[in-house]
Write a protein that binds this ligand. Sequence first.
Ligand SMILES: *[C@@H]1O[C@H](CO)[C@@H](O)[C@H](O)[C@H]1NC(C)=O
Ligand SMILES: *[C@@H]1O[C@H](CO)[C@@H](O)[C@H](O)[C@H]1NC(C)=O
Ligand SMILES: *[C@@H]1O[C@H](CO)[C@@H](O)[C@H](O)[C@H]1NC(C)=O
Ligand SMILES: *[C@@H]1O[C@H](CO)[C@@H](O)[C@H](O)[C@H]1NC(C)=O
Ligand SMILES: *[C@@H]1O[C@H](CO)[C@@H](O)[C@H](O)[C@H]1NC(C)=O
Length: 373
Amino acid sequence: FCLKLKPQTFGECLYSFLRRFKGGVSWYTVDLDLPPSKRWSALITDKKTELVNMIQAIRDLANAFVPSGKLIDLVDITLPLMVDTLPSPFGEEIKGIAAVSGVPLGEVVLFNIFYEVFTVCTSIVAEDDKGNLFHGRNLDFGLFMGWDVKNKSWIISEKLKPLVVNLDFKKNNQTVFKSTNFAGYVGMLTGIKPHVFTLTMNERFSLDGGYIGILEWILGKRDGMWMSFLTRSVLENANSYEEAKIRLAQTKLLAPAYFILGGNQTGQGCIITRSRLLSLDILEIDLKLDRWYVLETNYDHWKEPLFLDDRRTPAKKCMNQTSQKNISLKTMYDVLSTKPVLNKLTTYTTLMQVSEGTLESYIRDCPNPCMPW
Ligand SMILES: *[C@@H]1O[C@H](CO)[C@@H](O)[C@H](O)[C@H]1NC(C)=O
Ligand SMILES: *[C@@H]1O[C@H](CO)[C@@H](O)[C@H](O)[C@H]1NC(C)=O
Ligand SMILES: *[C@@H]1O[C@H](CO)[C@@H](O)[C@H](O)[C@H]1NC(C)=O
Ligand SMILES: *[C@@H]1O[C@H](CO)[C@@H](O)[C@H](O)[C@H]1NC(C)=O
Ligand SMILES: *[C@@H]1O[C@H](CO)[C@@H](O)[C@H](O)[C@H]1NC(C)=O
């Protein structure tokens, strides 16, 4: 019913119905038993055209910014040097992706560090009245990256949509974790360890932000962890909600971030607000305080969101209207489909249910009228 709060055409309704029942996002297996350079070959072979199109859009954007082409030259020369400084197995995996796609290595590196600094999103973990946990997120990406006046869309966001895939990471032919991802990207923004925990990451803007951390890395000060590499390592290696929480809260990072973590038992859902060095705050589900969900966009929960970008109030209003007894994957999808929680930057919506071990994702369009962010 949250959908009824906003203009909604019959076409859009039908479309989201079809999307929900057909999915629309394909699944690929990433075999962690293969050497890192080979793990992504099947996926990249399939998605090569889409990846090359995306990279071309980034080049066009960079060339519009610095017309001489010098910016991309700089990327091609300097970023390959960075690949060997990345922690294992990420450097090797990125090299493998460059080799299979034919995209210059520096540009694949750029594609992989992009998200550390430019992602705006909404994430929610909610508990229903029977103790089931649901975790949903919208991934919004591409702010200020080329507005297409004719199509009223963000150029980079549009190019990312064909790259959205679901991944099943396996060891010994067994699922270790699953994620929604962009083909060509080796970090994790959205994932589930079936029956154990669910995890999403949102960007946190701060003066001591990601640019500084990445610059320090390039200059040789490398004691922080890339955020999306930490999330992947946690999905791969942590074996409980508590263990995941400790690693996400305590590992030194390259950039500030919000980690939104859901567990497999009542009360296990939290937002970890991180500075580069430490955890500033952990807000948990607390049924005694009537806090049956935690919800994060891109602002510290104890502060007002930027007035130009308040996706939090509408999302919370919608969650409150939905109510604890009626929360489910379906109703959470509706909350995440309410404008401006859904906006022109939204590339995908993912829904996860830890007890079932499920992850499902939907590529999104926001029909006009729709906020640019
Ligand atoms: C804009 O829309 C047209 C027609 O729908 C499409 O052919 C074109 O690829 C779109 N451009 C971008 C950059 O998405
Ligand atoms: C892996 O598991 C699938 C089904 O889960 C099975 O069909 C396949 O034969 C297994 N492969 C190997 C190498 O064990
Ligand atoms: C929840 O996670 C813990 C820690 O990994 C595990 O021991 C337990 O079996 C899980 N519970 C369920 C219901 O899957
Ligand atoms: C949602 O409900 C909570 C708990 O009752 C309340 O504190 C909060 O102000 C409500 N938020 C909105 C936007 O309605
Ligand atoms: C619960 O959600 C469903 C949609 O899944 C809706 O049709 C129904 O009216 C809602 N019930 C209540 C009591 O809000």
